[in-house]
Each structure stands twice: as structure tokens, then as C-alpha cells.
Design a protein around this ligand. Structure first.
Ligand SMILES: [Zn+2]
Length: 235
């Protein structure tokens, strides 16, 4: 076996030359060296992130690059769409993901400000469809939109339920039927029609109360006000 001898001279390859533009470029400023993927001009330096939630652990992938408009938008769209799929799966990730998606908008606008690239020496990345036109965005935004749409619907249902006239929460008398919207022993009693499917209990006075009945809180009575000893009996 012949030992592998290190070369006598450690020459870095390719030979290091002084960088033609040694100064750092501020975020989003045109970078004179061109797109690092396709070589086209003009290009901008920007940072795009993708986030992955994995229940307990999570990671954020950061890509900082000097990219032309076409390649930059391709990277932005790919990483943002991936985040919309893989970003939510963890308690912390659920809250990190919106910030990653919003943070990428800075890079997106830096790339969008660039004019159409010219002078590419290699094929540029395929920008594909816009983030909102891709399946991941629809997967996330459709339930979100439905959830938001449900809020006014629930509100209207609540108003209608209240408007039935059966929703009084005070002024119960013996014989009235109630529905408890809270969890016993808490009481948030709604007076309902005794024939209604919501009717759960009937208000009874002391002689008719059994050991398994719940004592009615005094503020629900007007008949006479505040008199103790009433209960609700399961129907
Ligand atoms: Zn490019």
C-alpha cells in the first residue's frame, strides 16, 4: 500500500484573487457581480428563509444570495410554499411560521424591484407559479378563510338565538324550563320553552327539590327576588 502524500504546496484552488467588489452590499441594493445562479444582471442581495416544524424540534433554513429577479422570485416562491406546508407542525413553529412568511416579503420586494434580467450565462431558475396560486397556499388559506367567514355566521346565529325571546337569563319562576350553557356547578341558565330540545331542567321550589337537584342561584329569581331554596330538577 502506498501512502498518499499531501502535495508539497497548498495552493488554494481556484487561485484567490482580490475580490473586484470587496465592500458589502446593503440589503436589497443592486449587486454588480450578477446573479449567482444564472449570471444575469442586475441582481440584488437578499435573504429568504424556510421553516420546518417537526413537533418537538424545528429548523429554519436561511438562504442568503445575490440573485436576479427571475432566480430570486423562484427561490422566494419555493421556500415560502415549502414553509406553508412544513412550517406549522409544532407548538412554537405554529407561531414562527407567520413571521418567516412575512419576513420573506422583504426579499420578494427586493427582487421584484429589479428590472428583467439580461446577459444570463447559465439557465435561470424556474420561477413557476405565484405562491398564492400554489397548492400549499390554498391548503392553508382555504381553511383560514372558512374560519374567518364562520365568525360572522356564528355571530348572526347567536343573535337569532337571542332574538327568539327564550334567552332570558334572569327572572325565572317555578315551573320554568332552563338550559345551562355552563358546566355544573357553574350556572349560566337560559330560560327556554319546556317543549324545546334545549330544555334540561325545571325550576322547582324547596318542597319539591330532591337530593340530586342543583340549588338555583338566587339572582335568577324574581318571584320573590332573592328568595333562597329554589332548585332545578332534571327533566
Ligand atoms: Zn438568475
Amino acid at each position: 500500500m502506498t501512502g498518499h502524500q499531501p502535495p508539497p504546496h497548498h495552493q488554494p484552488y481556484p487561485p484567490q484573487q482580490p475580490h473586484p467588489y470587496p465592500q458589502a452590499h446593503p440589503y436589497g441594493a443592486p449587486a454588480p457581480q450578477g446573479c449567482e445562479v444564472c449570471g444575469a444582471q442586475p441582481a440584488a442581495a437578499a435573504t429568504v428563509r424556510a421553516h420546518q416544524g417537526m413537533v418537538v424540534i424545528m429548523r429554519t433554513i436561511t438562504r442568503r444570495g445575490v440573485l436576479c429577479r427571475t432566480c430570486g422570485l423562484a427561490v422566494y416562491r419555493k421556500m415560502t410554499s415549502e414553509t406553508l406546508v412544513t412550517g406549522w407542525w409544532g407548538l412554537l413553529s405554529f407561531f414562527v411560521t407567520p413571521f418567516v412568511v412575512l419576513g420573506n416579503l422583504g426579499a420578494r420586494s427586493a427582487f421584484r424591484r429589479l428590472p428583467e434580467p439580461y446577459g444570463a450565462r447559465r439557465p435561470p431558475l424556474d420561477p413557476g407559479r405565484r405562491v398564492l396560486r400554489r397548492a400549499p397556499a390554498m391548503l392553508v388559506l382555504t381553511p383560514l378563510a372558512l374560519a374567518l367567514a364562520a365568525i360572522p355566521v356564528l355571530f348572526v346565529i347567536g343573535l337569532l338565538a337571542d332574538g327568539d325571546g327564550d334567552g332570558e337569563t334572569a327572572g325565572l319562576s317555578v315551573g320554568d324550563c332552563v338550559h345551562n350553557t355552563a358546566e355544573w356547578p357553574e350556572q349560566t341558565l337560559l330560560k327556554v320553552d319546556c317543549g324545546s330540545p334545549l330544555a334540561e331542567y325545571r325550576v322547582a321550589d324547596e318542597p319539591h327539590c330532591g337530593p340530586s337537584d342543583y340549588l338555583l342561584r338566587a339572582e335568577y329569581l324574581i318571584d320573590p327576588p332573592g328568595r333562597p331554596g329554589y332548585c332545578v330538577t332534571a327533566l
